[in-house]
Design a binder for this molecule. Structure first.
Ligand code: CU
Length: 274
């Protein structure tokens, strides 16, 4: 029903809850529709005589009250149970990623299984930073290993954003001054590219706050990581760094300098003016 194929254990749970809720909704719907159709067909107007008017039917009124409460209680039970599971962060993770959501892109900082920053040969943390774009080639790429537990720490320096990977069937807000976190177990065999978005209207370039999730095998992940560690210079240059390096001495002043008129010429010029 329009839900992307789940690529994490958590997403599978969300999908099950979603489908279970629909089954429950259809069961209630079929019962209600059935009763409506039954009364429409078998209790049509038979004569001009008014049927006996009944009120205060205690058993039926009690049923009206109790039955919806049972339905809500069951839905609540499964929702609360799954929510607790989805927000668990106790499992030791294989990869820790600091997700920095900013106006209007993402920066992903990588840490190892001990949550220690992974440093490159220049001593900087391995990270991926993006710029606002709608072009797939220009999007920042969040690389993650399959068959691994990944822990996300979400922060924002400006306004509230929301970290959303539709294939996770999950999103969580990145709120200034309020760190958020969640974990997923990425399933084995789901290598590929997936869409990533900001799901909170956060400003003029919100719609260009896109990224790509690239799931690779754990071996390819290690290769990618080592490549990034050994080539700190390979990081993309932040946009606009090339500008601003203009040699200020080479700038020609375009305003005309006053012409060196002699005093007589200046006098003639003055007379012409009058
Ligand atoms: Cu945003």
């Amino acid at each position: 029903m329009g839900v992307p194929e789940p690529i994490t254990e958590q997403a599978e749970r969300v999908l099950t809850l979603w489908q279970g809720s629909w089954v429950a909704a259809f069961a209630v719907g079929i019962l209600v529709w059935g009763l409506i159709i039954w009364s429409v067909i078998f209790h049509r107007k038979r004569s001009e005589q008014l049927p006996p008017q009944v009120r205060y039917n205690m058993p039926i009124e009690a049923l009206y009250t109790v039955l919806p409460m049972v339905v809500i209680a069951v839905l609540f039970y499964f929702t609360a149970k799954d929510q607790t599971y989805l927000l668990e962060t106790d499992e030791p993770a294989d990869v820790y990623v600091d997700v920095n959501a900013f106006q209007w892109s993402w920066k992903f900082d990588y840490s190892d299984a001990q949550d220690q920053p992974i440093l490159d040969t220049a001593g900087e943390q391995v990270s991926v930073a993006g710029v606002p774009t709608v072009t797939t080639e220009d999007m920042p790429v969040l690389v993650l290993p399959s068959d691994s537990v990944v822990h996300f720490d979400l922060t924002s320096p400006d306004v509230i954003h929301s970290f959303w990977i539709p294939s996770f069937a999950f999103k969580m807000d990145a709120i200034p001054g309020h760190p958020n976190q969640f974990q997923v177990k990425v399933l084995p065999g789901v290598e590929g590219d997936y869409a990533g978005r900001c799901a909170e209207l956060c400003g003029v370039d919100h719609s260009r706050m896109l990224f790509t999730l690239r799931v690779v095998s754990p071996e390819d992940y290690q290769t990618w990581l080592e490549e990034r560690q050994n080539n700190p210079a390979a990081l993309p240059t932040p946009a606009g760094q090339e500008e601003g390096q203009v040699d200020q001495d080479a700038v020609i002043d375009p305003s005309p300098s006053p012409s060196p008129l002699t005093s007589s010429e200046a006098a003639v010029a003055e007379e012409d003016d009058q």
